[in-house]
Design a protein around this ligand. Structure first.
Ligand SMILES: *[C@@H]1O[C@H](CO)[C@@H](O)[C@H](O)[C@H]1NC(C)=O
Ligand SMILES: *[C@@H]1O[C@H](CO)[C@@H](O)[C@H](O)[C@H]1NC(C)=O
Ligand SMILES: *[C@@H]1O[C@H](CO)[C@@H](O)[C@H](O)[C@H]1NC(C)=O
Ligand SMILES: *[C@@H]1O[C@H](CO)[C@@H](O)[C@H](O)[C@H]1NC(C)=O
Ligand SMILES: *[C@@H]1O[C@H](CO)[C@@H](O)[C@H](O)[C@H]1NC(C)=O
Ligand SMILES: *[C@@H]1O[C@H](CO)[C@@H](O)[C@H](O)[C@H]1NC(C)=O
Length: 913
């Protein structure tokens, strides 16, 4: 076999008809966008064509049909457009594999695909293929895998698919298919996975559903209009591990036979019309036989039952349990405390009564607890303070009484607390103000009392602070101004008094500020005019006086927000009298100054004035510097609209495209203020995965490190989600290593390595919750104008793919590999087959000299200190090997990595000077 790696720019080779295997893997850089040449059709002996991921333009040449020898076509992640050639198998039918996943293909699935009688594997997912699924697919009797999700297919599923007696995977999700699922499909005994999720399919499942599907493992039927009961026979598909029926119209009783599926791991039944046979919900008891169950969702059904105590006998593996909005009544059984591997317990929007079970404190892995909108009474048990990993606590809208536990400060992982609309009647325990990572604190509508301490300033990353409708009193502490990330602050309906602190004007991110219904006096600080994002401001029903500021955001505030105060004055549009002209004060002050002047005379006075003038000038300078800082801080909170982004990127023009990934595209843009930014636009079809987008963005915004790519802002609404990131003029390390004229030298590479290690150290150890990047690769390391590297995409890829807001601590295991900074050989290189991978390759080379595995550009035997430099390279490789041992627990910590690399760098500096 001949194995070629050539850029498309050199087309001459395409006349070489002896080529049998042609691969273009990841070797076209963005700057040299290519096209698949027509001449490809000349390769009369070509058996395998493997392209991608790459950035290509144009379509798949129709000449491909001339190659009668083709057995394998893979053009994946390549951006190719146009239709699928209609007569691919006109001249021969040897084609076994056809993979065109993740391109921009349009047009219909050709009817003549039925001629490709040898086809075993068809993958056309993530394109824009329209039309119906041709009946002729039923002729492809060798087909094992038919994978076409994420297209625009319409019409019904042809029953001819039932003829495919070798079919193992049938994936038709996220299209526009209608009608019912042909019964014939439930007779394909070889099927291991079926997905028809997110279509418009209707109809019932046949009562013999599971009889013909003995090998079925995965069933994805979610988000359709399927109705009727779940047939008992489903348990005859005894190998099922994954069932998703959520978001349909299924009704009736749930079959107890589901409990016979002993391999079941994930069962999603939410969003249907299932009912319970009695107030017991015995169904749960039957599920206790599923010993591998991890995720169970029964939410959004009409059970109107109690939660049976047998819940405590569910699989110990259970990590996610969704049981919200089901009409549940009675109390939460103590047995729930047996489920010690639960990460998420969601019981909100029911009619649950009784108190919060103390046993919840046993759920040592719990990250999210949602019990809001119930009728829970009693107090919050101290045992909850043992939930070390708890991230989100949602208890609002219940009848909880008593105090917030003093030990709440032990919950150091907490990011969000919602306990509004309850009957709490204590003060806020001092320990709560030590939760430095808190993002949201909502205690609204309780009977909480006491004053706010200066320590409130500790909540530096908080974005929402809602203390309205309580009985808080005393002053608003000036340290509140330290909450610089705060977006919403409400202290309304309390008994706060004295003045509005000037320091509020430092909370530059503030969008809503509600101080109404208190007993605040004195004036509204004019400095609040600096709050440029403030759109809601309410100080009505206080005792304020003096002039209402009129500039900045005050231009837009209505009169109702100032009403019922003692002596406010100013612009008539605020519904207040005009302010008297205040010359009196000035002349008074002048009089005092004259008196002082008079008292001091001669040299003494002169000296005094000189000192004063000096101090004044110094003070002014400081002010100016400070103001500048505040302003630059302000730009990090830039609010950017969709329209701004559209202008910045000239309508998301392709010329601005910096790159595309599986889930997003990144454009270069120039904002109105002249700042260059990178705009990462998320693929809308996956919108469902972005539920936690807003919260996650806030989390990411709180990460600050020199070597992390900064999120400048976000733009998010239902139709559009984007992150606005710092623009990096020197592109990615990927480009630095693999573009034709790459030229990263030794020192630059070690600096990059140290930068990346620094960033990882911060993510792993420097932040209160360890964060695993999970997608560390050269294309995610971006270089600024000074060649300082910035890690990008941290966490995002992982978080968004999972769509789980608790993911950051659960996915703390990334498969280690040696980033090819010094080897330049990629981990995906086809040299690595079988057991050989990049790590082993380097490891094997360590014994007899690493020169064979190094990027030749780094090796210049004639240069000074060559031997010493080689030794440094060896040390670097050793660190890399220690970072990527197979067993994660044996890997060295990033702290040690940084220390080792810095030592090596110091040595290198010697040899290079
Ligand atoms: C996909 O095709 C549909 C229908 O032809 C069209 O409206 C839509 O704009 C296309 N989308 C893309 C991303 O090309
Ligand atoms: C399914 O297979 C059974 C037994 O092989 C057969 O009796 C039945 O007619 C088939 N059903 C359909 C809808 O093809
Ligand atoms: C379905 O499963 C039940 C219980 O395991 C078994 O008795 C029955 O024979 C199976 N039916 C078929 C058609 O396989
Ligand atoms: C849970 O399982 C245990 C042991 O099998 C059993 O004794 C107990 O009755 C079960 N509890 C419930 C409520 O079903
Ligand atoms: C705070 O909680 C109250 C009561 O549960 C709710 O009405 C309000 O919308 C919440 N505020 C914010 C900003 O989430
Ligand atoms: C409001 O505050 C003033 C002092 O600023 C105090 O005299 C008055 O009693 C307070 N009113 C109420 C209702 O607490």
């Amino acid at each position: 076999m001949t194995n070629l790696l050539i850029g498309f720019s050199n087309k001459a080779f395409l006349n070489e008809s002896f080529i049998i295997v042609l691969k273009f893997l990841c070797n076209l850089v963005r700057s040299s966008i290519g096209e698949i040449p027509e001449e490809l059709g000349n390769l009369q002996k070509l058996k395998e064509l493997d392209i991608g991921p790459n950035f290509l333009i144009g379509s798949i040449p129709s000449t491909i049909s001339n190659i009668s020898s083709l057995e394998y076509i893979s053009i994946e992640n390549c951006n190719v457009s146009g239709p699928i050639p209609s007569d691919m198998c006109a001249r021969s039918s040897l084609l076994q594999i056809l993979i065109l996943h993740a391109n921009q293909l349009v047009g219909e699935l050709p009817e003549r695909i039925g001629e490709c009688s040898a086809l075993e594997n068809v993958e056309l997912s993530y394109n824009n293929i329209t039309g119906t699924i041709p009946r002729s697919v039923g002729n492809l009797t060798k087909l094992q895998m038919f994978y076409v999700p994420y297209n625009n297919l319409i019409g019904t599923i042809p029953k001819e698919i039932g003829n495919l007696h070798n079919l193992e995977e049938l994936y038709l999700g996220v299209n526009n298919l209608r009608g019912s699922i042909p019964k014939e499909i439930f007779n394909i005994s070889t099927l291991r996975g079926i997905s028809v999720s997110v279509n418009h399919l209707a109809g019932y499942l046949p009562s013999n559903f599971g009889y013909g599907l003995p090998n079925l493992q995965e069933l994805h039927f979610e988000h359709n209009n399927l109705s009727g009961e779940i047939p008992h026979s489903i348990s005859n598909s005894s190998k099922l591990t994954f069932i998703d029926f959520k978001g349909n119209q299924f009704s009736g009783l749930l079959p107890n036979s589901l409990g016979e599926l002993s391999f079941l791991e994930d069962l999603f039944l939410s969003g249907n019309n299932f009912v319970a046979e009695s107030s017991e919900l015995k169904f749960i008891t039957s599920l206790t036989n599923c010993r591998y169950l991890r995720k169970l969702s029964l939410a959004d059904n009409i059970f109107n039952s109690i939660i049976p105590a047998s819940i405590g006998n569910l699989s110990i593996s259970l990590s996610h349990f969704y049981f919200y909005n089901c009409g549940l009544h009675g109390s939460i059984p103590d047995e729930v405390g047996n489920l010690t591997n639960l990460l998420l317990l969601s019981l909100y929007s029911n009619q649950l009564t009784g108190s919060i079970p103390k046993t919840l404190g046993n759920l040592q892995n719990l990250q999210g607890l949602g019990i809001f909108e119930n009728r829970i009474s009693g107090s919050i048990p101290d045992s909850l303070c043992g939930l070390e990993k708890l991230d989100t606590l949602l208890l609002s809208q219940n009848q909880i009484t008593g105090a917030i536990p003093d030990c709440i400060g032990n919950l150091t992982a907490l990011r969000s607390i919602y306990i509004g609309n309850n009957k709490l009647n204590s003060g806020i325990p001092a320990s709560l103000w030590q939760l430095n990572d808190l993002l949201v604190l909502n205690l609204s509508s309780n009977s909480l009392t006491g004053s706010l301490p200066l320590d409130i300033g500790n909540l530096k990353v908080a974005t929402i602070l809602e203390l309205s409708m309580n009985r808080f009193l005393g002053i608003i502490p000036p340290s509140i101004g330290d909450l610089k990330n705060l977006i919403g602050l409400s202290l309304a309906h309390n008994r706060f008094e004295r003045s509005i602190p000037e320091s509020i004007s430092k909370m530059l991110a503030l969008v809503a500020l509600d101080l109404s219904h208190n007993n605040l006096s004195s004036n509204i600080p004019k400095s609040l005019e600096a709050l440029q994002y403030l759109t809601y401001f309410d100080v009505s029903f206080n005792n304020l006086s003096g002039e209402i500021p009129s500039r900045g955001p005050f231009k837009n505030f209505g009169r109702q927000f100032f009403m019922s105060n003692g002596g406010l004055c100013g612009d008539p549009r605020f519904g207040v009298p005009q302010c008297p002209i205040t010359k009196v004060h000035k002349s008074k002050r002048r009089k005092v100054i004259f008196r002082v002047l008079y008292a001091l005379s001669g040299v003494l006075a002169l000296a005094f004035f000189l000192v004063l003038a000096y101090l004044f000038i110094r003070y002014r300078r400081k002010q100016v510097v400070k103001e500048k800082k505040d302003i630059s801080y302000g730009t990090t909170w830039l609010r950017v609209s969709y329209y701004d982004l559209q202008q910045a990127t000239e309508g998301f023009n392709e010329n601005h495209l910096l790159g595309t990934g599986g889930f997003s595209s990144v454009y270069k843009g120039t904002l109105k203020n002249g700042e260059d930014v990178a705009v990462k636009v998320f693929n809308l079809q996956l919108e469902g995965a972005f539920k936690s987008f807003d919260i996650e963005c806030e989390v990411l915004r709180t990460l600050r490190h020199r070597n992390l790519c900064k999120v400048i802002s976000t733009c998010s609404n239902e139709q559009f989600k984007a992150l606005i990131l710092e623009y990096m003029p020197n592109g990615s390390l990927e480009k630095g290593l693999y573009s034709d004229d790459y030229s990263l030298d030794f020192m630059q590479r070690i600096n990059i390595m140290i930068d990346v290690a620094d960033a990882l150290e911060y993510l792993h150890h420097g932040y209160s919750i360890p964060i695993a990047h999970c997608d560390l690769k050269p294309s995610n390391v971006l270089l600024d104008q000074d060649m300082v590297s910035h890690l990008s995409d941290f966490g995002i890829a992982k978080l968004l793919r999972n769509g789980e807001s608790f993911a950051q601590t659960t996915t703390f295991a990334t498969l280690g590999y040696i980033a090819p900074v010094f080897t330049r050989t990629k981990p995906s290189s086809e040299a690595f087959t079988g057991d050989l991978n990049l790590r082993r390759w380097v490891n094997d080379a360590m014994a007899d000299g690493i020169t064979t595995v190094m990027d030749p550009k780094l090796l210049n035997p004639g240069e000074d200190n060559f031997k010493e430099k080689l030794e440094c390279l060896s040390s670097i490789m050793e660190v890399a090997l220690n970072c990527s041992t197979e067993i994660p627990s044996e890997r060295i910590s990033m702290k040690d990595v940084v220390a080792h690399l810095n030592k090596i760098r110091i040595k290198l500096l010697e040899y290079f000077s």
